[in-house]
Design a protein around this ligand. Structure first.
Ligand SMILES: Cc1cc2nc3c(=O)[nH]c(=O)nc-3n(C[C@H](O)[C@H](O)[C@H](O)COP(=O)(O)OP(=O)(O)OC[C@H]3O[C@@H](n4cnc5c(N)ncnc54)[C@H](O)[C@@H]3O)c2cc1C
Length: 403
């Protein structure tokens, strides 16, 4: 039910504002998408973290807070500043500047992970949640193209294997696993892990008394390499065939190798960490001695893996975009009564992480269904249902949500 929110890394990095302007879709401008992220959020301040109150939301359904870092993360931050990354306390929230370093807000509250379940805890009488139920297909009525097709029901497979049809009285909203990548400018994010992490290192443990390890991960955004996702069969329980084709474009390798070189310099030369680091872990490895970008290429090719931000497989776009299966109101083109609402709708990946856009898309979808809009002024106003007239709120029943 919670999808990836139950397993993700909890980082709330919204991306830059330009990311959403680049979508160039009415209703999805920087102000609107950031406004919906704000609407989704219930931010909890901490004494040591001065939050940007104008950009955080305080009455949404998703608990977000600053995260008490272990000493090593603050030392890495000091090294980042020492190597020229300016401290930008709000950069992950405001989306105004992609260059710098700071503390990332997390979907963590009182020490616990917070997830999309905030949206279900106080669910109203018009929402029924079905778990352990797989959507087999959307049932369409009518023939041909254009508005002649209408989504009227979904066929689901229950936990015991039985099949059932659930009818929609209004429309159907789909949320499925998105698998895809989109093009934008390459850039890098560094994030620290306070315990070391990584496939190879997991076989080699430190004593934790006299020796400790951590890692700095270089994450590439907007890679140029393209893979493919194809269906294995018409059975929804079959996983799709995903061909990642990572690092097939040389530029991705160059940028990631340069990032590893810089990360190594931050750790080995930065004043917060240079005096406490002995070398690579496991101890037999020597990559901390690499000095040139080229030295890092084999390391990148051997160790790069995914960071789980697939999106864009059911993208929205203009009438002139042949790849856009959705219009700007998330409606499936050519079918009445069917919308998609999850990260698969994103025409381009943001230069950040995808959970905050996912919540923004969900909030926006709810408003679209109800015939409401955020409005530009809502960025500074409190957003609440009391600001909406009954007439605007006339579209909220009879909608079937698949997830
Ligand atoms: C390991 C990991 C770490 C991540 N770390 C971060 C992070 O630190 N910060 C961040 O911002 N983002 C992170 N992400 C990405 C982020 O969590 C996702 O982009 C976001 O949660 C996607 O939301 P979604 O609603 O689009 O899809 P999902 O969360 O994938 O939800 C899709 C749902 O649809 C259900 N479903 C699929 N097919 C069917 C069907 N046929 N019938 C019924 N149900 C179906 C699935 O079971 C699932 O519950 C991470 C993701 C992963 C996996």
């Amino acid at each position: 039910m919670l999808g990836s929110s139950g397993t993700n890394g909890k980082l709330c990095i919204r991306g830059t504002k330009q990311d959403y302007d680049d979508w160039n879709i009415p209703g999805w401008s920087r102000e609107e998408v950031f406004g919906y992220m704000k609407k989704a959020e219930n931010f909890h301040d901490k004494k040591w973290f001065k939050a940007d109150e104008q950009n955080h939301g305080y009455d949404g359904l998703l608990n977000v807070g600053s995260y008490d870092s272990a000493p090593i993360s603050n030392m890495i931050l000091e090294s980042m500043e020492d190597l020229g990354l300016r401290k930008q306390p709000y950069m992950f929230t405001t989306g105004d500047n992609p260059h710098g370093c700071g503390h990332v807000p997390r979907t963590v509250y009182k020490g616990d992970r917070t997830t999309a379940d905030g949206y279900f805890v106080n669910k109203g009488p018009n929402l029924a949640v079905k778990t352990e139920t797989t959507v087999d297909k959307v049932i369409l009525e009518g023939e041909g193209e254009g508005d002649k097709l209408k989504a009227v029901a979904v066929k689901v497979i229950e936990k015991d294997g039985s099949m059932r049809e659930i009818k929609a009285t209004k429309e159907i909203i789909e949320g499925r696993d998105p698998m895809g990548l989109t093009s934008a400018q390459l850039n890098i994010e560094f994030f620290s892990t306070e315990c070391y992490g990584g496939l190879k290192q997991f076989t080699d443990f430190l004593d934790g008394e006299n020796s400790h390890a951590f890692s700095l991960i270089a994450e590439l955004f907007a890679p140029k390499s393209r893979g493919s996702v194809t269906l294995k069969s018409a059975d929804p329980k079959d996983n799709p065939i995903v061909y990642h084709n990572y690092l097939s474009e040389e530029l991705d390798v160059v940028v990631l190798s340069e990032a590893c070189k810089f990360a190594n310099e931050i750790i080995t030369q930065g004043k917060g960490t240079r005096d406490i680091v002995d070398g690579s872990w496991p101890a037999a490895l020597t990559h901390h001695k690499n000095t040139e970008r080229e030295d890092w290429v084999p390391f990148v090719r051997d160790n790069a893996t995914t960071c789980y931000h697939p999106a864009g497989t059911a993208k929205m776009g203009t009438d002139f975009d042949p790849m856009a299966v959705l219009d700007s109101e998330l409606r499936v083109r050519g079918v009445k009564g069917l919308r998609v609402a999850d990260t698969s709708v994103m025409p381009l990946l943001n230069q950040g992480h995808t959970q905050m856009p996912a919540y923004a898309i969900g909030e926006k979808a709810a408003d679209l269904i109800k015939g409401k809009s955020l409005g530009m002024s809502s960025l500074t106003e409190k957003i609440g249902s009391n600001t909406l007239s009954q007439a605007q709120n006339n579209n909220s029943n009879g909608t079937l949500v698949l997830n």
